[in-house]
Structures are given as C-alpha cells and as structure tokens.
Design a protein around this ligand. Sequence first.
Ligand code: GLU
Length: 422
Amino acid sequence: MTSGGQRSLHQAAVAQFQRAADLIDLEPRYREILSYPKNEIIVNFPVTLDDGSMKVFTGYRIQHNNILGPYKGGLRFHPKVDLDEVRALAAWMTFKTALGGIPFGGAKGGLTINPGDYSIDEMRRIVRRFTHALGSNIGPDHDIPAPDMGTSAETMDWVMDTYANISPPGFRQSVKGVVTGKSIACGGSVGREEATGRGVLYSLRHWCGEHDARLDDLSISVQGFGNVGGHFADLAAQAGCRIKAVADHTGTIVNTDGIDIPKLRRHVDETGGVAGFDMADKVDTEDLFRIETDVFVPAALENQLTLERAKVLSARVVVEAANGPTTREADEHLFANGVDVVPDILANSGGVIVSYFEWLQNKSARAWSFDDVDSRLRELMWVAHDRVVHALRRYDCTRRDAAYIVALDRIIDVYDRRGIFP
Ligand code: GLU
C-alpha cells in the first residue's frame, strides 16, 4: 500500500491476476513468480542540452516475464512515469502477449519527462543515450521495446539506429527487430501505427456480435485523442458509429449528433488539442462520464474510471483502449450493474500483435501487405476474444477475470512443461 493507504498500480495489477488465479486454483509458486518482475533495470545517464548544460536522466526497463518468448513492451515518456507504474505496465504486457497467443513475454520501460520540454535534437540525444545505457539489456531475441505514450516511430528509429551502431559490424543489419513500431522506411510494418486503435474497434465488433448489436447503431465517448484514441475514433466513425464526446488534455467536447472526426483531426493537428473545435460544445471534464452513450472508450492514463465516475456512466460497455484505466472499485461497480468491461489486455492488444508481425517481417526480410497484416490481426484478436467468452461462460466471472484465465493457462502450461530451473 502507498502511504495514503491506496494500492499502488503494481499492487492493483497483481490483484487482477490473483483474482483469476483464485478461480483456477493456481499453484502458489506460480502466483509468487508472476507477482514480481524478473529484472528491474534502472539507468542514470547524462545528456548535454542545447544551452550547453548537462542533465542526468533516469530511465527504467522492467522485464516482467519471458517464459513464452523475448520480453516485449513499450517505452513511455511522460512526467508521471515512475517505477511502480512501469512495473504494473510490464506485468500487463506478460498477460497481454500470452492472451494474444504471440511468442513474447512482458516488459515496459520509460523516462519521467515531458518530451514537449525538449528540442528535437535534445530528444534524439536523450533517446540515444538511454538506448546506449540499456545496452545488451535489450535485443531482438531478448527484449524488444516499442512505442507507448510520448514515444513514436521516430523514437524507435533512433533506438534501432543506436542499437545497430553499438552492435558488431556483421550484426548491424540483422538487429532491426530490436524495436517494433519503427517507421516503414526503417523496417516498420504497414498498419502498425493504427493497430491498437484498429484492435479496439475489432474488440467492439466482437462485443456487438455477442450482443446482437450493430456498430452503426452505437454512440461512443472517447477519453484521449492520441495515437490510440485518435485512430480508434477515426475508424469507429468510418464504421458508422456516432462519436458523441472526445476528451484530451486540453478539454472535453460534445456533439450529440456526432463529432466530425476528420475535421476534428485537422483541428487537433493545427492547434494541438480538441479545445476550441467549433463544431462541438465545450463541457467540463466530469461531463464526459455523464453524457449518454452506449460505449465508453478510455484511451488515456491509468485509473481514470473511478467509482464516482463509474456510478454516473450510462454506457453498456467499456472498451479499455488504455492500460489500467479502471479502478478496482469501479470495476466491481460496473460488473454488479451489468456493464461489460472489455479489459485492456484484450482490447488494446492490437498494437503488440502487429509488433509481432513487424518482428516476423524483420526476421524474414519481407514486407507484408496491409491486407495480410489486417487479416492476421483480426484473426488473432478474434481467437483471443472467443477464448475469453468461453472462459467467461465456464467460470461465470468478469470478462477481465476470464482474460487472465486464458493468459494464465498459456503461461502455466509452459512452466509445467519446462519446470523451474535448476
Ligand atoms: N505500448 C503498447 C502496449 O501497451 C504496445 C507494445 C508493443 O508493441 O510492444 O501494448
């Protein structure tokens, strides 16, 4: 517990898998193993800033588990990043990759910075120095970072280039897969950038199939208009959904007839946020949760959907595009009130699934077509959703519990076969 008696984010993440562990009577030794990250790497490194001064930065890489394959997960650059958050995010990656049926483990890394405070040259130096400090703690068959909040394809290109340059000459071409989410020119995959948003929409489509609902009948509110929320809103609007409300760090806007997302996109590109968009009304932050919609999609930071906010939510389903957006109390309230929650480790797995496709393309020096990427993404997400629904019926539990049960099944099967060294 933290000093205020509140659970830390990592404790909350552990409690989520322990609930599922209870349902399947998981052996204590596996509970113990999965309650801790395998490795916690903290690096302090100096960077010269544009004005000639020097600043020491602290970077994290938490490697939670690698029983199913190389550690995998994003790098987050945000002022709120801390060790506890990165630990939680790393654990969620282990369950996300297992549930997605891809041969990766779980990791996460980050820097406690606001990238907006630094020039592009400073960011380039920070990223290169961070990569250098991580050194052989990452690698295409060991630990594979990717974009997350505050990082992008450009960041990944810099990580890849730095890693290649510190590798022996004969390996420099074969290490492209050290990161995923690169630009297409540098070995990235078509469809990777919007993959998380696309996967969130596939999740909603699957839910519609289960509930005899139609996408083009649904109204949606979205919290976050970054890479995930923005692409999701765009694709959902194209599929005929009515996006009634969008919120980001600049404000919350509502148009009950539906927000014109392509126009909002142009506005956000020009001004840096949704505030001031003249084809919607500006409302208070808390109104986002009160507005009447069928679907609520949190696509921002953790712990946004609190009990108070869950109590006023009218949505029939919450699709977690963000990692850890729902507090435990809110989760329990929603379940008790028959609101479905499609959990993060399932709903937002499209990003890491297409990261896997990028890694496969790098290994085989091939480029897949968009249709190949998209159809395989859909297939893997569909299989994961079907398995979760199957577990949901069998255990009569929450959808989150069911998702953890499917993920744990995969992980534990491999532990049982491999045994614990020595
Ligand atoms: N950062 C993304 C996530 O939270 C993607 C990770 C990846 O592609 O490795 O799932």
